[in-house]
Design a protein around this ligand. Structure first.
Ligand code: PLP
Length: 339
């Protein structure tokens, strides 16, 4: 594999299934719709962070660490899976929950992901400020220094800082390599990949993997946290870093390859919109597959928007990358308020 030279911990259940969505395809009467099930990666209820953690934890292990620290929103899937990864390794773990999302019901604070964090016994810190990526990261680095003084060997997983080495993105280089093999075995040709783009580890990993494999499949990233101008820069910088890690000319990540859309973002991170409701309902009703409100429902809304807009032809194959997040559904009971 392209990532073979990097240390990797075995944490994810892979290969994840690659499935045809017959009912969705029929419903929209457009391109053939497929789904890559990275909601099924295991590690305490699945999601894209399992593949990313394989490389963070691999690096931490190689560095002789025994403690993981990370930060995320209250309903962060990344935090939940970091706790699970640390438990699997038998390590100490401290996580920080950022109170970034306003106007939610009480379940947002204590059901779904934070419930699971507590169930796995994580030491939890709270960060009461709203959107403050750098501030939240800094507190974790300060806490890591304290832990080091106490004799722990801490490893901070930074999903925020673009300046850091994006080890986690290597997990999505693996994923896209796996996906292309599955497509080949199925005898189909992928014409587009749709995914949510947040820290951009997923987006950059997929894009860099495709570039390294000399594939020109377009990747459409739907923004979940920042507008498309800020996200574009982030994806471009990260993709180039991943290419460097892979020993591929970073200039192959040209501007036209980075596609970011932000019309699905709505009022911001973790906030519901009409499109989010609709996407969750459609996929649940048509395929019995669950989406989460923060990430996958937004990218599904994006894919549905592109189909309705006639951006794909009937003979094309579009792959939706399901990045997980379903435990967060329990933090949004208002989704079924009128049922
Ligand atoms: C973190 C997350 C994303 C965003 O992935 P990035 O690699 O951070 O861009 C998408 N979907 C789910 C469910 C996530 O938890």
């Amino acid at each position: 594999m392209l990532t073979d030279k990097y240390p990797k911990a075995q944490l994810a259940h892979t290969p994840t299934p690659f499935e045809f969505m017959a009912n969705m395809t029929k419903k929209f009467d457009g391109p053939k719709l497929w789904i890559k099930r990275d909601d099924a990666t295991g590690l305490a209820m699945g999601g894209n962070k399992a593949r990313q953690l394989e490389f963070y934890v691999g690096k931490a292990q190689a560095d002789g660490c025994d403690t993981l620290l990370t930060t995320g929103a209250v309903q962060s899937n990344h935090v939940r899976m970091t706790v699970a990864a640390a438990r699997k390794m038998g390590w100490h773990v401290e996580v920080q929950l950022e109170h970034r999302v306003d106007g939610r019901l009480p379940e947002y604070e204590d059901s779904g992901n934070p419930f699971l964090d507590k169930l796995m016994g994580a030491k939890i810190h709270n960060y009461p400020v709203g959107e403050d990526e750098n501030g939240a990261d800094q507190v974790m680095y300060d806490r890591a220094d304290e832990l080091a003084e106490e004799g722990y060997k801490p490893f901070v997983i930074p999903l925020g800082a673009v300046g850091k080495t994006p080890w986690g993105a290597l997990g999505y280089v693996d994923c896209v390599e796996e996906l292309l093999l599955q497509a080949q075995a199925t005898g189909m040709k992928i014409d587009a990949i749709v995914l949510p783009t947040g820290s951009a580890n997923t987006h950059a990993g997929v894009l860099a993997g495709l570039i390294a494999l000399n594939s020109d499949i377009p990747v459409y990233g739907f923004c979940v946290r920042r507008d498309k101008v800020a996200q574009f820069e982030r994806v471009l910088v990260k993709t180039r870093k991943v290419l460097q890690l892979l020993g591929v000319d970073e200039n192959k990540a040209t501007h036209d390859l980075v596609k970011c859309e932000d019309w699905v973002l709505g009022p911001g991170y973790g906030q519901l919109t009409t499109e989010v409701h609709e996407a969750i309902e459609i996929l649940g009703h048509e395929e019995g597959i669950l989406l989460d409100p923060t990430y996958t429902a937004k990218s599904m809304a994006g894919m549905i928007g592109m189909i309705r807009d006639g951006q794909f032809t009937k003979d094309q194959n579009v792959v939706f990358l399901h990045t997980g997040g379903t435990p967060a559904l329990f933090g949004y009971p208002e989704l079924i308020a009128n049922k």
